[in-house]
Design a protein around this ligand. Structure first.
Ligand code: UGA
Length: 483
């Protein structure tokens, strides 16, 4: 990409991104795409060596192309944080903030990075929180720097949360709904404005080679300035709100099952109200991943530290885990005892478009079903290797062939919303199945097509479709499913 700045011979802002995980790697690559000079630092030397050799550690659309384009040009990888800090005007912190013992975020990785940065400061720099952190972390970071002898005039701490979804992270970065910059310092605001100028002023979109997406020269994302505390809250509140939408629609889906309504129709009907919005109204087996479960818990925890009860979010979490249980109950009450039964699973990743299986509903459902004594054959387009690292069982086999999961199986379970699954030949799948039953945990498949093909189809919050030809399904239990 040739930004306006680069056309003028400017190499953009000198940036260090600390952390080469999902957020760090995507942010570093996208900053390079925006025309900045970026060093991505990680203390995992093996990972850095691998990145330097051109390997791409995560499955993420467009990332390989952008890495090829920028590594060795505007983007480099290093384990030497001190040198990177000295070379940079802005240092983005994108290290992990996992859940600690009581639900709060564990900030120990952030702390050790800040201490190391403090020891290498040689002039004014901005320290930018990219990782998801609890409110008031920016004050805490400033206090660490001050304690380590850095003058207050030599730094500003900025909160700049990311809103990237795995699988579409590059597009989300380049075509954001908004960019939040939390800072009380005009000097820091100017640097952050310059970093995001190609997007906020729109000239990135004028370049022929820009990543395609929703924004354009005429429709640019807004750059919103807030206080650091507001910005930190925005990140947690945004994820919590989206999780709440999912738990809300799942609750309504359960009601749909009880009264014979269709959640797809209800979601369309309410989602077209612009005040509600269509997004995040897909009912199913609940949310997973490395963000929502962790962030909702951390948000509750930080609120209670300040004496505020976020009971609503406690319910959101409860509904989310009950949703998996309901799905398992549906399988048990339809198939009867699972001992000796064979199930085919389509989907292991926590959602389509990624190989990430962290907190994947699919994995916990599979683990539960295996305890009932069934055998399972599972397929995922890209997440098998990651699943094998965390889920091994003698009654669980993996296959690269989606059709094999159906061989002599008593039912198929759709557990991840991979669009590929909608393109499968279900005539062939039906031919291989012992009984043509599909439990669609993501409401991915077309209910009419499944019905016409003669499947017994059980989605989430959708009308129950029963196979017209009698098979060994224990039909007496259908009433139990609807109740
Ligand atoms: C989420 C947010 O969407 C991002 O904005 C945020 O930056 C990111 O967390 C983060 O904090 O880093 P991500 O976890 O990649 O992104 O995935 P989502 O697309 O949000 O999906 C989360 C879970 O909710 C998945 O398990 C998905 O299957 C589920 N989901 C999503 C539903 O069950 N129904 C929906 O309608 C939407």
């Amino acid at each position: 990409m040739m930004s306006r700045r680069n056309d003028q011979g400017d190499a953009g802002i000198r940036i260090t991104v600390v952390g080469s995980g999902y957020v760090g790697l995507v942010a570093a690559t996208c900053f390079a795409e925006l025309g900045h000079s970026v060093i991505c630092v990680d203390n995992n030397q093996h990972r850095i060596a691998s990145l330097q050799q051109g390997n791409v550690p995560i499955y993420e659309d467009i990332l390989p192309e952008l890495l090829r384009k920028h590594v060795g040009q505007r983007l480099s990888f290093s384990s030497d944080l001190a040198t990177a800090v000295k070379a940079s005007a802005a240092i983005f912190i994108a290290v992990g903030t996992p859940t600690a013992e009581h639900g709060e975020a564990d900030l120990s990785a952030v702390q050790s990075v800040i201490e190391e940065i403090a020891d290498s400061m040689d002039g004014y720099k901005i320290i930018v929180e990219k990782s998801t952190v609890p409110v008031q972390t920016s004050d805490w970071i400033a206090s660490i720097l001050l304690r380590r002898g850095i003058s207050r005039t030599c730094f500003d701490v900025v909160s700049n949360p990311e809103f990237l979804r795995e699988g579409t992270a590059i597009t989300d970065f380049m075509h954001p709904d908004r960019i939040i910059v939390g800072t009380n310092s005009n000097r820091a605001w100017e640097i952050m404005s310059a970093i995001y100028a190609p997007l906020a002023e729109g000239y990135y979109y004028a370049a022929g080679s820009s990543v395609p997406g929703r924004c354009s020269v005429d429709q640019t994302p807004s750059l919103i300035r807030t206080s650091p505390a507001s910005s930190e809250l925005i990140k947690h509140a945004a994820n919590a709100f989206l999780a709440m939408k999912i738990s809300f629609i799942n609750s309504v889906a359960n009601l749909c099952e009880a009264v014979g309504a269709d959640i797809q129709e209800v979601a369309l009907g309410i989602g077209t109200d612009r005040r509600i919005g269509k997004g995040f109204l897909n009912a199913g087996i609940g949310y997973g991943g490395s963000c929502f479960p962790k962030d909702v818990t951390a948000f509750c925890s930080v609120a209670s530290q300040f004496g505020v009860d976020l009971d609503l979010l406690v319910q959101v979490r409860q509904i989310n885990s009950q949703q998996r249980e309901r799905f398992i109950t549906k399988i048990r009450s339809t198939l009867g005892s699972l001992r000796g039964k064979r199930l085919g699973v389509l989907g292991l990743a926590f959602k389509g478009g990624t190989d990430d299986v962290r907190e994947s509903p699919a994995l916990s459902i599979i683990a539960s079903l295996l305890q009932d004594g069934c055998t399972i054959v599972a397929h995922d387009p890209v997440a098998i290797t990651n699943t094998q690292r965390v889920l091994q069982h003698q009654a669980l086999a993996y296959t690269d062939d989606p059709y094999s999961v159906a061989n002599q199986a008593d039912a198929i379970l759709v557990l991840t919303d991979w669009q590929e699954f909608t393109q499968l030949d279900f005539v062939e799948i039906k031919r291989r199945l012992k009984t043509p039953i599909v439990f669609d945990g993501r409401n991915l498949l077309n209910i009419d097509t499944m019905s016409t093909m003669g499947f017994t189809y059980l989605g989430v919050g959708r009308p129950l479709i029963t196979c017209p030809t009698p098979h060994r399904l224990q039909m007496h239990s259908i009433a139990a499913i609807a109740s």
